[in-house]
Design a protein around this ligand. Structure first.
Ligand code: DAH
Length: 343
């Protein structure tokens, strides 16, 4: 067979071989076989040395053409293989838009958090700012500067967890009153402070060793008890409804004078008397009073110039009344069936 015929045959062979190739890897191997160092093309080139100049030129041209053709065949095949691969991928990844979607479970605010946000928003509307204080508190702030010295009988009702003689888990949010007054250095104060408090208590349906309170404190030059009453009436009406009444009952707190317990008309019977309100028509919701002069004095406010009112609300109690919850422990046992009702 002449060199030229061999080249024509080679192209034919290469065409067939390339046609049958099924992968890029095979294609690379085929390319090496037909165009590499040990390829038939090289063998044909080697015969050149015995040829005349004319023949050399002709054969050289043919070899180049042959190489170009095979190269083109390989390049076309490469493109075809890559396209096929993409197509296959597209087909295998087809999305069925009619399939039902996966449900994304959504969380929600804890019922106590919901109450906190609502109450905060009511008081912010009256110009209050939200304050915070530590849960691990000094005895001085939790008791002493609130007019409850060591040995005071009021401490008996608020036994707590002691870190040492002078550090404890706060029993009430009232120490934030002292902290805020000290920070404000004689300037008027108007704060609301939500937070956790602790007491040494046996847990049952209405008692928990950990619970939450709101502390409110307003101190300025002309604050009176009627400001307190108006504020609390507005709070109750925004929180529970316009028809609700409040009433003040005389009480005792060491850090207020006078002190009151505040009742709201019963949710269930609207004041007629029922088992929920123990036939009184009223339900107790918070403690309050006019800030005791000793508290003002201890925090650097002159009680002859300044007066204030304060109040303390149990957050769980508000939530329980609002939602008709009968056991305080539900708030802390994280039963998803309970929590899902407040989404
Ligand atoms: N700290 C009181 C308690 O835990 C509640 C309270 C009563 C707070 C009267 C006040 C207040 O600010 O004026 O029982």
């Amino acid at each position: 067979m002449s060199n030229i015929d061999q080249l024509t045959q080679l192209i034919e062979d290469a065409k067939k071989a390339i046609d049958e190739v099924k992968s890029i890897h095979e294609l690379n191997e085929t390319k090496a076989w037909y165009l590499g160092k040990k390829s038939p093309l090289q063998a044909i080139m080697k015969t050149m040395k015995d040829l005349s100049i004319e023949e050399k030129k002709e054969l050289g041209q043919k070899v180049n053409e042959c190489r170009d053709q095979i190269n083109k065949l390989i390049d076309d095949k490469r493109v075809a293989l890559e396209e096929a691969k993409i197509l296959e991928k597209l087909n295998s990844e087809k999305i069925d838009v009619t399939l039902p979607g996966k449900k994304v479970a959504r969380g929600s605010y804890h019922p106590l958090t919901q109450i906190i946000m609502e109450v905060e928003s009511i008081f912010k509307g009256m110009g209050y700012t939200v304050a915070e204080g530590p849960e691990v508190e000094l005895d001085v702030f939790n008791f002493e500067m609130l007019n409850v010295p060591k040995g005071h009988p009021a401490r008996d009702m608020q036994d707590t967890f002691y870190i040492n003689e002078s550090i404890l888990l706060r029993t009430q949010t009232s120490p934030v009153q002292v902290r805020t007054l000290l920070e404000s250095k004689g300037a008027p104060v108007k704060i609301l402070c939500p937070g956790k408090v602790y007491r040494r208590d046996d847990d049952d349906a209405t008692h928990s060793h950990q619970f939450m309170q709101f502390e409110g404190l307003v101190v300025d030059k002309h604050i009176t008890m009627s400001d307190l009453k108006g504020t609390l009436k507005l709070f109750v009406n925004k929180m529970f409804g316009e028809d609700f009444q409040i009433r003040f009952r005389p009480s005792f707190f060491p850090f207020t004078e006078p002190s009151v317990e505040v009742d709201v008309s019963c949710f269930k019977c609207e004041g007629k008397g029922c088992p929920m309100c123990k036939q009184t028509g009223w339900i107790e919701i918070l403690g309050a009073g006019m800030v005791h002069p000793n508290v003002l004095k201890a925090s650097g406010y002159d009680p002859k110039l300044y007066r204030g009112f304060a109040f303390g609300i149990g957050i769980e109690r508000v939530a329980m009344l609002r939602h008709g919850i009968d056991d305080i422990r539900h708030f802390y046992t994280d039963d998803i069936r309970f929590l899902q009702q407040f989404e």
